[in-house]
Structures are given as C-alpha cells and as structure tokens.
Design a protein around this ligand. Structure first.
Ligand SMILES: [Zn+2]
Length: 472
C-alpha cells in the first residue's frame, strides 16, 4: 500500500460521488446526444418540408430568422423577381449594371419579414407613413393582429399612384390568409381560411435503429410518430422494448390543399409488431362523442385500464390536486382515490404490468406499485396483505388479484388508497381522459365493427401489395 492510497480523501465523499455522477452523465451524453440531435433536426426539417406544421416552424424559427435575414441582404429583389432558376442564372451571366430590371409596378410591393422587423419598419420600407400605420392598426381589432409578424412572412402591398395604401395581403399559412383594403370609411379587414381535403394515407415501416428514424422514412410527421407511440404506449415500452425488425402500419388522415400536404390529422388505425407480437388499435368515436382506441374486434380491451380496482366498493375520498378545504380552510391534496370496502376484499391489478414494489412503504402501509408500459404507474396502499406469488420484480396481468383491503399504515379504516400516474404525474383515475377499459357499449359494437373492418382490410391489402412489389 502506498501512502497516497492510505491518505484521507482530499474531497468529501459526496463530492467524489457527485463528480463521478457528472462523469457518467457526460459519457452518457457523448454516447446519446450526437445521434439524437441529428435525428431530432431531421425530423423537424422533414416536418417543415412536409406540411409546415407550426411546431416545427417554431423550432426552426431561429434558423429561419438567420436565413431569412441573410437572403434579404443578399438579394433584395429576389421576392419581386421571383425565384425562377433561369432568370437568376441569366442575371448572373449579365453585367449587373447593364442588366435590365424586369418592369416593376411601383404600386405593387412585397416585403418579406426579416429578423427584427416590426409592422412599422415594414411600412416605412414601402414608403408608408406612421399615420397610415396607426390608421391601419386602429381600424379594427383584427387589423391590430397584423402587427404580430413572423420572420419569413410576406406582405404584399398595393399602393395608389400617389403612394397611399390601397390594400395589403398576407398568406399566414397554407390554410390562412388575411387582407386589408381601403374603403371610404377606413380599412376593411378580411380573413380567409381554406378547408383542406382530408385523405386517408397508409404508411408502413420497419425499425432498424429507432422508431423515429423508421417513421420518418415511412413519411410520418413528428406529431404522427408521437401519436403512434402514445397509442401503443401502454403495451410497448418504447425506451426499452423496441427491437430491430419491429414493424408498424398506420392509416392516418392527410390534409391537402390541391396537391400539397398541409398537415396531418388523426391516426385511424395502426398495427405494431414488437418482438413478434402484433398489437392493433382502431380509433372510434362513440355516440356520446368519446374518442378512444380499441383492439380490432373492439372487445379485448387489453390496452386500457380497469377503472375500478375493487368491486363492490364505495368511493370514500376523491382525487384533489390541493384546493382549499372549505371547512378546514387548509390546502389538502389527495393524489388518489379511496375505496372503502370490508377487510379482505380482493384488489385487482388495473392493467398488465411489472411489480415495482410489493412491500411496506411508510404511511402507505402494505403497498403495491405497478409499472404499465413506459407511461403509466398505479399504486395500491393500506393493503392487509399481498396475493400469493405477487412480489417485487414479478409481473401481473390485468384483473389479477394482487392483494386484499386492509388498514395498514396511516389509515383510519379498511380502504384502498389508489393512485394513478402518467409520466410521473398524479392524475385522477376517475377522469375521462385516461385510457380506461370502459368497453364499447353492446349496442355500438356493430357500428364499431362496420368502421374497423374496412380499416383492417385496407392494412392487409396494402401490406400484401407492398410485399408482392418487393418480391418482384
Ligand atoms: Zn387516500
């Protein structure tokens, strides 16, 4: 042993732990971040080209700002001349001084909003006075909205012979444009919305590295990919379970204006094969307007949760996110639902899951915590005891009896304290937003099948066609 190893540590133990933690994080970051970042960028870029979704634009805004500003400096006439390749080449060949400018109508002016522009700077660029600006933005509540400019937005001005504002038009998105025109009494504001045609599209992908890469290759937008992951988020842990060769099929709504895709809608049906096992989901809106995804036959309901983990129980306390108690005048949060029932009443697992804990947990007493896929977690507290075979590290099936009602821990009487977490946040298990296994009503089953069968048939047919094409 050398003296250095015997010497007391130079740093307190916590520092060393912290330092090694940082080192671990750094190496993890080095391993993970480069590809992730590239992947994310690709997804957003692709999205932007695909449909110009707002989210993507926001993510790109800083980039666009630079680019737009750059373009503006480089070629101030680009907008007016148009981006015809040939005319640009012709211009490059010619001497700049001699080059004839295309005849410009001085009454038509287009400004592309650059970084730092305001409506005021845009108006002065086309020679309009601040008086006109005030008249415009005070002409109506909607016209005031014109001052919210986006980098890259185009404003087309039409001026009178003496340079006064006649009209102003701006395309805000593929689906929305606004215009303003001079009237005798001021300015008339108009907003035009285009209603896109909704088509049903099919996509298929095989995963080589990640779901995002495969989904992008299959032409799915970032939003659709997130939807797909959420739909199967209960069955499949997308962080841990994905394997090379996993496959998916999706029928989704594609929004088009003319030939241009301007956005996507909902996933209507999907299949996901994970490690050889195929899961199916169909979107269904019941007669009350509730939307949910179901299995193809509408009755297996394996993806959803049992809403009530105890039969024949009475709700003795509901979920509360910490509002003021009317009598006690104290903030009291109750992050679960209490079900009062006689001692020994069976408690069922709300869904298939992994047992993270089956043991004592402070004031919760005998407690079971289940992890369902990557997003959901349920907790069952104050149990008298656990069912045979249920232990930490094991797994349970939906509806399986995991334990019995008791009053262990901080509890005033026999009841189950039940918690539900989505991505680590407590939510009310009685809320309508969770994927609960309220089955499709018997009287709607027929309606559901009428809707789901053609979707299943289309996926079968599309896939068969694709496989046949690949074989050739
Ligand atoms: Zn409780």
């Amino acid at each position: 042993m050398t003296s250095t190893t015997k010497a007391p540590p130079l740093y307190p133990k916590t520092h060393i732990i912290a330092a090694s933690g940082v080192a671990a994080l750094l190496s993890l970051a080095l391993l993970v971040f480069p590809s992730r970042e590239v992947e994310a960028k690709k997804t957003f870029l692709n999205l932007d080209m695909d449909n110009g979704a707002e989210q993507a634009q926001q993510n790109l805004q800083s980039n666009q700002a630079d680019t737009a500003a750059q373009q503006d400096l480089d070629s101030p006439f680009a907008q007016i001349e148009g981006n015809d390749d040939e005319s640009q080449n012709a211009e490059l060949d010619a001497e700049p001084e001699i080059a004839e400018q295309p005849p410009e109508d001085p009454r038509n002016k287009t400004v592309t909003v650059a970084n730092g522009d305001t409506l005021s700077t845009v108006f002065s660029k086309v020679g309009l006075s601040s008086n006109t600006l005030h008249e415009v933005i005070n002409s109506s509540k909607e016209a005031k909205g014109l001052s919210r400019l986006k980098v890259g937005q185009e404003l087309q001005f039409q001026l009178s012979e003496d340079g006064q504002l006649e009209s102003l038009h701006s395309q805000l998105s593929d689906l929305e444009s606004v215009s303003l025109s001079k009237t005798d009494s001021g300015y008339d504001f108009k907003r035009e919305l285009v209603k896109p045609d909704v088509h049903e599209s099919y996509a298929h992908g095989v995963i080589n590295s990640s779901l995002f890469v495969a989904a992008k290759r299959a032409g799915l937008s970032h939003n659709l990919t997130m939807d797909l992951a959420n739909i199967f988020g209960y069955d499949i842990d997308f962080a841990m379970d994905i394997r090379e060769g996993d496959e998916f099929e999706v029928i989704y709504q594609n929004k088009k204006v003319g030939d241009k895709t301007v956005g996507t809608g909902n996933i209507l049906s999907a299949r996901f094969t994970n490690r050889g096992k195929t899961y199916t989901a169909v979107r269904y809106t019941d007669k009350q307007g509730n939307v949910s995804y179901y299995d193809a036959d509408g009755n297996s309901m394996r993806k959803a949760f049992i809403r009530t983990p105890v039969d024949f129980a009475r709700i003795s306390s509901r979920f509360s996110n910490g509002r003021k108690h009317p009598i006690l005048n104290k903030i009291r949060a109750h992050k679960g639902v209490d079900y009062a029932a006689p001692r020994g009443t069976p408690i069922k697992a709300a869904g298939d899951g992994k047992v993270i804990l089956a043991g004592r947990k402070g004031g919760y007493g005998n407690t079971i915590v289940l992890q369902h896929g990557s997003r959901y977690r349920t907790l069952y507290a104050h149990m008298q005891g656990f069912a045979k075979g249920v232990r930490t590290g094991g797994s349970v099936k939906q509806g399986q009896i995991i334990g019995y009602i008791g009053t262990t821990g901080l509890s005033t009487g026999p009841h189950l304290h039940y918690e539900f977490q989505v991505n680590g946040t407590h939510v009310d298990p009685l809320s309508q937003k969770l994927p609960m296994s309220d089955p499709i009503a018997r009287q709607e089953k027929q309606r559901f099948l009428q809707m789901s069968k053609p979707l299943m048939a289309r996926m079968d047919q599309e896939k068969a066609t694709m496989l046949a094409l690949n074989k050739r």
